[in-house]
Design a protein around this ligand. Sequence first.
Ligand code: MOS
Length: 739
Amino acid sequence: MKFDTPATQNPIDQLKVIGQSVNRIDGKFKTTGTAAYAYERHDVAPNQAYGYVLGASIAKGRIRAIDDTSARAAPGVVTIVTTLDTPPLALGQMNYANLFGGAEIAHYHQAVAVVVAETFEQARAAAFLLTVDYETEAGRFDLAAEAGSAEPVGGDSGEGSDSGPGDRVGDFEGAFAAAPVTLDHTYTTPDESHAMMEPHATIAAWQGEKLTLWTSNQMIAWSKGSVAKILGIPKENVRVDSPYIGGGFGGKLFVRADAVLAALAAKAARRPVKVALTRPLIVNNTTHRPATIQRVRLGATRDGIITAIAHESISGNLKDGPPETAVDQTKLLYAGAHRLTGMKLARLDLPEGNAMRAPGEAPGLMALEVAMDEMAEKLGLDPVEFRIRNDTQVDPGNPERPFSQRDLVGCLTLGATTFGWDKRNPKPGQVRDGHWLVGLGVASGFRNNLLAKSGARVRLEVDGRVTVETDMTDIGTGSYTIIAQTAAEMMGVALDGIVVRLGDSDHPASAGSGGQWGANNATAGVYAACVKLREAVAQRLGINSADAVFADGVVRSGNRAVPLCEAAASGELVAEDAIEYGDLSKKQQQSTFAGHFVEVGVDIHTAEIRVRRMLAVCAAGRILNPKSARSQVIGGMVMGVGAALMEELAVDTRRGFFVNHDLAGYEVPVHADIPHQKVIFLDEPDPQSSPMKAKGVGELGVCGVGAAVANAVYNATGLRVRDYPLTLDKLLDRMPDAA
Ligand code: MOS
């Protein structure tokens, strides 16, 4: 189905099932432990052996030799595959450092061997008997030190944000020089780890030339292609299956070493092999969100109209790796006639930097939205009012191009009323609650809505059940449920009459889970397939499909009413289609918006920061399921608190690795850190986005939150910190007098 004109009225608009806060249909499998995740799929292949991955203990150089004599003799060892036995493998999609093969080491914990044994413990014990002789080379590990040599680059995040090395509108320098009120500050964000709960894990089995991978992956079609490319085998010979995923946040967009090494190990062992990456390997072997150094300059009139806006970001990566696209939102979020955005990239020899939830916007808004707070204060304006004064309804770089929908102002005003913003004291450091200094902060949230082709197959089975099959993934987001809701609405059956099968590369290729594009595109693909199935049903029943109404398990047309299941009485009906997009999103900018509000307390004696309450008001198209959408947003808000207050990969700038490579050292928020969250959706169906009229919301939840926390800390204390995370050491020696 081609979607190239705005959606009109369609069966989804009935909102009998869509738009309802139904519980997850997979909830009972997850809460009873019967949803099997990759490493637990004991039943898919017999006689599974365990692979243990050894990572390089240097960051740069080469391997002279590997002595595996004692490892091979260790109890239970089946086989060992080393990187010296294997020619360098090709790179997969969004992959910039070789996952395996050859003597060169490009980053710390790059895989050097996989040891296969009868048990996990035997494999691990044998792996530590390997002796690797390295020739170490000097590397570049310190972004601040390399920033001066960073080169201008363009690049995209792989998730829709896309910026050039220097994008200009008007004359930024002239307007900035002429502006009566200006701001020029630099903000830094650290390297961050996805810290998803489920590790990367894969079980691999070969049947002749055919390879099956039971794995944990967000993007099945990408990964099928990547596995084939990396291993140099035909795509048709690869099957990837990933029905349950315990979080990914971008870290499982692509194939990683667990999948490749399981495949190589299974071939060498001549039996199925399972490989999970240990937590340290997740940090240094896989990918992370790269650190940034961001300079924001704003120029405004005295009444708070922005005339000049510039945002430049420096990040680092391995050779050929992409920049962190932290300036992208600044092209679209606020008005202003004279504009500059640009990126520079420093060559670093740290592990591979890559997409993490809202790549670009998440760190970018942490800078821009603090700058907006600082500028509001300079102007003597309320920060909500300053943002509203600079709203734009068109793409500022291309005023012919409106937003398809944009109610940032509504998000901010409703948020302000709901949160009690009028009680905020604009003078910082004034509000006390016992030993707590209390402050309120606000930030705008922004993230684009992305369209991508997405396919599905639907079956009306003889027993009347409707089965949906697509390679779409559910990474904990609720895909199963919203896909079932879509099919139920379209076919006029109850939710429990729908069976959803996801994550299998034998199913039609979907948009997959990434860039908050999954929900709208995957359900639109199911919509397209259901339109075809409705036609097939009508044809078989001899009913005119144009006026057929599908409701309550019955198909009605004129004065005829036939149970839906009768259409399949003589045999199952199958329909397959995909949603494909025209250029609607080129004519109008499709984005999502939020107002994020945060209250913090800062201990006047210790500078300990506690979040007290949070609110997000989101404008993100039609909300397909308010319960699962809320879960996405509150999860994003938690991640925003982590980014603001605790998350930071500590770089060993001499040895070139992330030191705090486990969940004891890499701190993320826990329940006790997040006392109260509220989410409001401005439910606004967007006919430009798809027949579902929905947009992404999963990344909007994190975008802007970090800045709202930082702005609240400033309001509480009067102390501005421009280097994330805001740990108490950055406040303590400047704290106001407790007396
Ligand atoms: Mo993307 S960082 O997987 O949403």
